[in-house]
Structure formats: C-alpha cells, structure tokens
Design a binder for this molecule. Structure first.
Ligand code: SF4
Ligand code: SF4
Length: 111
C-alpha cells in the first residue's frame, strides 16, 4: 500500500494533502504518460458530499491513514502488478479538477 499524497483540493475526500478513503481506483489501461491516468474515486466536493469523511472513517477528527490501497488499471506503469499499485509513495494531482478525468497519477512511469 503506497503512501498517498493528494493535491486535488476540490475532491470531497481530500483532507490536508491526504485522502480519507482507504481504497481508491486509478484508471488508464493504455496510459503512456501521467495525464492518461485518472483517480476515478474523485468526487467533486459539495454540500452533500462533505460528509464523506464520516461515511468512510467515522469522524473527521479520526486519524486519516497515509497509506491507501490503490487498484490501478494502468498496467503500463512500472509500479503496477496485477492491477495493484506497489509504489512506495504516489502523488495524485489535479489542483483545479472538477471532473475525474482532470485528475492524474503524478507517479506514473511508463515501462
Ligand atoms: S482525488 Fe482521489 S486520491 Fe485525491 S482525495 Fe480524491 S479520491 Fe482521494
Ligand atoms: S504509480 Fe503507477 S501503478 Fe501506482 S497508481 Fe500511479 S499509475 Fe497506477
């Protein structure tokens, strides 16, 4: 399970550069570069979604784990083994993202 850092401030699961989910999914089955990947677990922050922390981990005051399990479709990435991410640390990015496809895995490295 990689340590996950996230820069997608508009996501409902974003909290202090971390992700409040325990598992995320990354797409990009034929990815050749970072921008061909996306965090499909992204959800645009809004009033309704602001309670997602509570749904996932109990309360927002609980400790959010730095390690997140990542199911990843980008089999062209060197860190991908059997659709799981085995990188030590990854960064999901997309500062101004309002949609899933505007996010990406900054740590993608093409085989
Ligand atoms: S964009 Fe993905 S990694 Fe970042 S907080 Fe949202 S679900 Fe988590
Ligand atoms: S580093 Fe590679 S295997 Fe891990 S989530 Fe990013 S694209 Fe997928």
């Amino acid at each position: 399970m990689p340590i996950l850092k996230c820069g997608v401030t508009g996501c409902a699961y974003f909290y202090d550069e971390k992700c409040s989910k325990s598992v995320i999914k990354v797409s990009g089955s034929d990815a050749l570069r970072e921008l061909d990947t996306s965090c499909v677990s992204f959800q645009l922050r809004n009033r309704e979604a602001s309670d997602n922390y509570n749904l996932e981990i109990g309360t927002i005051d609980d400790i959010i784990s730095e390690n997140v399990s990542v199911n990843c479709e980008a089999k062209t990435c060197i860190y991908n083994r059997n659709y799981l991410c085995y990188a030590k640390e990854i960064k999901i990015d997309g500062t101004r993202a309002r949609e899933k496809h505007e996010t990406f895995c900054h740590s993608f490295v093409n085989r």
